[in-house]
Design a protein around this ligand. Structure first.
Ligand code: NDP
Length: 363
């Protein structure tokens, strides 16, 4: 084992805007030893998530701290009961090669560490389709908005980590799904590969007209990931008694206004709330973990195994590329769920793979 631990630490509290080079600092330290009720794990995959930027801007993550991030890791040494060297786990090592995890840590309703069975699906899926992003989509579309066959469902950031799942779940429920993305290539992907009925590029000058054309019967369900100009184009198309899953407002995360997402949303959505025609569900995935995680894993696991849900990862190699991948994801430079591969994936060994069914990973 290499005896160095490379880490990205927060170099300053970003005041406004989007990440820049000076926000993060790469350093190297020794590999720590686990204390009582701790385990040491080596990071295999590190998840890039928009909420990480909000934490940094709001000062939740303090200067000098290792940047937070959800990870899939392999246990190197354990002083936690039931965890052994070699186990693959879901934890929050953050932006570093090795990290310590305590016993029963709770983050966003999830308990860490948690074992992952590589025989069920590729282990990176614990950060995407079979992890928090999949549960977010499942909760918003299925549990909150309760789609009915024939309804029109519009999903923004439709090729991204959450969006691709949200659209496919609505499609499985018999809906007509329209995706909004930021490029022609992404639009083609959601229609041709994921089977959405239509897709519209929000960067097109006549985006609002194109969206209206793609939704001739209006919009019954809107899965909101971005806010801003996209939401303004969606608003006039919302049918009476339509539902919105307010998942995220990524277009606003670099804004000067550090108001909470829900305050931003109230401002943006006041006119429709006033008319009481639209039910807007505040979506926070942590609210669904305790009651729905098992149901989600069983149902979504089957859909993925049977090829009914496909997923696309945008995989970067090497911890050194983390800030670049993070910036790309926040600005639409990603294509699929953004993941950094920090070290070799040991579960690709034939022995671990032998029970695994084929799954639908798109390159
Ligand atoms: P994605 O993989 O979807 O990546 C972000 C995407 O947002 C980009 O690829 C880009 O897609 C789009 N985007 C960025 N800036 C803009 C803009 N100005 N206008 C329009 N689109 C933009 O990220 P995730 O799947 O991880 O997250 C999607 C959303 O879900 C985020 O808002 C996030 O905060 C939210 N979220 C909420 C959770 C909850 O519990 N409520 C849990 C997890 C995520 P394109 O190129 O197509 O424009």
């Amino acid at each position: 084992m290499n005896n160095k631990n490379r880490q990205w630490r927060l170099a300053r509290t970003p005041a406004e805007g989007w990440p820049t080079e000076g926000d993060f600092e790469l350093s190297s330290t020794g590999i720590p030893s686990p204390g009582p009720q701790q385990l040491l794990a080596k990071t295999i995959y590190l998840s890039m998530d928009p909420y990480q930027w909000g934490r940094r801007r709001a000062g939740v993550e303090v200067v000098g701290e290792v940047c937070h991030g959800r990870t899939v890791s392999q246990v190197i040494e354990s002083r936690v009961a039931d965890y052994q060297e070699g186990d693959i786990i879901f934890n929050t090592n953050g932006w570093q090669e090795y990290g310590l995890t305590g016993e029963n840590i709770s983050v966003f309703g999830y308990m860490y560490p948690r074992k992952i069975d590589p025989a069920i699906a590729p282990i990176s899926t614990a950060l995407g389709v079979l992890g928090m992003l999949g549960l977010t989509a499942y909760s918003g579309v299925y549990l909150q908005c309760q789609p009915q066959p024939g309804e029109t469902v519009v999903v923004s950031a439709a090729s991204g980590g959450v969006g691709q799942n949200a659209g496919q779940i609505a499609k499985l429920k018999g809906c007509r799904v329209v995706g909004i993305t930021g490029s022609e290539q992404k639009c083609n992907f959601v229609t041709e590969t994921l089977g959405f009925s239509a897709a519209v590029n929000h960067k097109a000058p006549d985006f609002a007209e194109q969206l209206a054309k793609a939704c001739p019967d209006g919009i019954d369900i809107y899965f909101e990931n971005v806010g801003g100009a996209v939401f303004e184009a969606v608003k006039p198309l919302l049918n009476k008694n339509s539902r919105i899953a307010l998942c995220g407002l990524i277009s606003q995360y670099g804004g000067d206004d550090m108001a909470s997402m829900h305050a931003l949303w109230r401002k943006a959505g006041q006119s429709i709330f006033d008319k009481q025609q639209v039910t807007a569900h505040r979506l926070f995935v942590g609210d669904f973990v305790a009651d729905y995680q098992d149901q989600f894993l069983s149902e979504m696991g089957e859909w993925v195994k049977d090829g009914l849900i496909k997923y696309k990862e945008d995989r970067w190699q090497g911890l050194e590329n983390t800030p670049a991948a993070f910036s790309a994801m926040l600005s639409g430079g990603n294509f699929g769920k953004t993941i950094i591969q920090v070290s070799d994936d040991p579960s690709t060994d034939e022995q671990l793979n032998k029970k695994r069914n084929s799954v639908n990973v798109l390159g």
